[in-house]
Design a protein around this ligand. Sequence first.
Ligand SMILES: Cc1cc2nc3c(=O)[nH]c(=O)nc-3n(C[C@H](O)[C@H](O)[C@H](O)COP(=O)(O)OP(=O)(O)OC[C@H]3O[C@@H](n4cnc5c(N)ncnc54)[C@H](O)[C@@H]3O)c2cc1C
Length: 580
Amino acid sequence: MNSQGNTTSVKVIIIGGVAGGASCAARLRRLDEQAEILMVERGPYVSYANCGLPYHVGGVIEKESSLLVADADTFRSQFAIDVKTGCEAINISPEAKTVELRDLATGIVTTAAYDKLVLSPGAASIRPPLPGIDLPGIFQVRTVPDARAIREWIERGSLFLTGMDRYSGFQTVKPKIRAVVIGGGFIGLETAENLVHRGFDVTLVEMLDQVLAPLDLEMARIVEGYVEHHGIRLALNDGVAGFRQAANGSLAVLTKSGKTHPADIVILALGVRPDTTLAKTAGLEIGGRGGIRVDGQMRTSQPDIFAVGDAVEVKDFVTGEWSLIALAGPANRQGRIAADVIAGRQSRFRGTQGTSIIGLFGAAAAWVGASEKTLKRIGDGDYEKIYLYPNSHAGYYPGAKPIALKVLFRKSDGRLLGAQAVGEDGVDKRISTLAMAIQMGATIYDLEEAELCYAPQFGSAKDPVNFAGMVAADILRGDMPLSHWDSAENGFLLDVRQPPELAVEQVPGAVNIPLNQLRSRLGELPRDCEIHVVCRSGQRAYYATRILLQNGFKAQTISGGLLSRSMLVADTLLDTDVSR
Ligand SMILES: Cc1cc2nc3c(=O)[nH]c(=O)nc-3n(C[C@H](O)[C@H](O)[C@H](O)COP(=O)(O)OP(=O)(O)OC[C@H]3O[C@@H](n4cnc5c(N)ncnc54)[C@H](O)[C@@H]3O)c2cc1C
C-alpha cells in the first residue's frame, strides 16, 4: 500500500536525470515505496554537478568523479529507481500515456507506459549557425563530456614543452594560450576566470553593453572593472559574426563590428533556451517566453504530465510576470514539488525570485528580485532605489571590505522589490537574507528591525541589511529626501567632503563646505532652490541634509555619493575604505 492508501502502484517516468529529474525521483521514492519509477537520461551520467564544470575546466575541482553526486547504481540500490542512461525520450503520446525511448547505443526504440510523467529536460545551449562554429578548438561548457573535451585540449596544448627539457631560458618560454569566451553571462564569466587561473590570455566578447544581464548597468560596471583588473579583456557591445581557422590551427573570432580576436581556444557561452522538443511532441502548452507552461504544482497543460527546471516558465515572485529561470535551486525545489503532488500532497511553487550569485577572483556579485531595468520595462514607476557601501563587517576588525549594495523598494508601501550587491566579502549572506525577506513580503521597515547575528568579524551592530532598511525608511519617512546623479547634476551641488579629498576627486560645479563647518557657514547657501548634497558614499551628505532641513533649507542627499557614479566605483571599490 502506498502513502495514499492505494494498493496499486503508480507508474512514473521521469525524463532527464540531473537537477530537477533526480531530485524528483529521490523525493518520490521517499514518499511512496510502491511507486514504479523509471528515470531516463540521454547523457552518460545522472545527478552530476553542472555548476562545478567551469571549476573542473580550471582545475579547482581536479577529479571528474567529484562532479558525480550520485550515480545510476546509487539510484538503483538506495532508491529502487530504474535508471536508463544513454537513452533518449523521443515522443510522448498523452492519449495512450506512453513514451517512446531510444537506446542511443543500439538505436532500438521501445515504448514505456506511465500514469504520471515528469519532464526535466533542462535547457539547450544557444548555438547560432555562424560560419565556422563547428571548427575544432571551439567548445561549450554544459556537460561532463564538454568539460572533459576542454581539459583534454588544454592538456594536449601543454605538450608544447615535451622533448624540450634540454633547452633553457627564453627557448622554453611558452607563449600564452589565447582564449576567447563568447558570452558574458555567469557560465562565460566563470569559465573566463578559470582560464585566467590556468594562465591563459582571455578575451570575453559580449553582444550587450554589459556583462551579467540581470544586473543593472552601473552594478555590472563594477564587475567589469574588477574582472578587467584581474586580466580578462572585455569586448562589449559586439556580437560574433563567425570563426576562421588558419593553416597552423589557430582560430580567429570575427565580430559584427569588423574586429578579429585571435584565439587558440574558443568557449561558447551564448546562453540557453528551454529544451521543449519533447514537450512539443505531446502538444503541451508553450508560453510566450518559450518555456513549458506549468501551474503552481508544476502541472503542464496535460494534467498527468509535470515539468520542472530550466525547461519551464514560472511566475516571477516580484513582478508576477512569466519568467524563465535557469538555476539549480528552483529546478531542485520544483522537482521536489512535482514528486509531492504525484504522491498526493498539496505543495506549491511560490514563484521565482532569480536569486543568483557568481564568484569572480575572490569577489562576488549577487542579485535577487526585480532589477531597476525590469521595473522600467514593465512600466512600474512606484519604486525608489538606494545605493550604499557598508563594510562587510565592523571596520575596526581587520579584513572588512566594502559591499556595493543597491536596494529597490516600493515608494508607496516600502515593500522590498530587489537587491544587487558586489564585493569581496559578505555579499552572499546579505543577498540571501534579502531574498528571504522578499519571499516573506517584507518591507524596508522590516529590514530596519531585522535582528541579525553580530560579532565584529562577521558583521556590524547595524548590519548592511539593517542599514539598507534605515536609509530607505529615512527616505519614505521624509527624513532624508533623496536625489540621484541624473537629476542632481543640473541643480545646486553642495560637496561636504574635506579639502584633501577634493584633490583626489572633484565634483564639477559643486560648492565645497566640509560637514564640520556647515553649521557656521549656512549663510553661504541659497534658500530658494533644492540643494543636492554629496560626499563620497552618502553618509556625511545625509548628516548635512539633516542640518539643512532643520534650518529651513530644501535639501536632498545624492544616493551613494561619488561612489554611485558608476565608473568611479569600478576603480575605487577594489581596496579603499569607503565607509565614510
Ligand atoms: C556550466 C554550468 C554552470 C552552472 N552553474 C550554476 C550555478 O552556479 N548556480 C545555479 O543555480 N545554477 C547553475 N547552473 C544551472 C543549473 O545547472 C541548471 O539550472 C539546472 O541543472 C537545471 O536543472 P534541469 O533538471 O532543468 O536540467 P539539467 O540539470 O540540465 O538536466 C537535464 C537533463 O535532461 C536530459 N535530457 C534532455 N532531453 C532528454 C530526452 N529527450 N531524453 C532523455 N534525457 C533528456 C539532458 O541530457 C540533461 O542531462 C549551471 C549550469 C551550467 C551548465
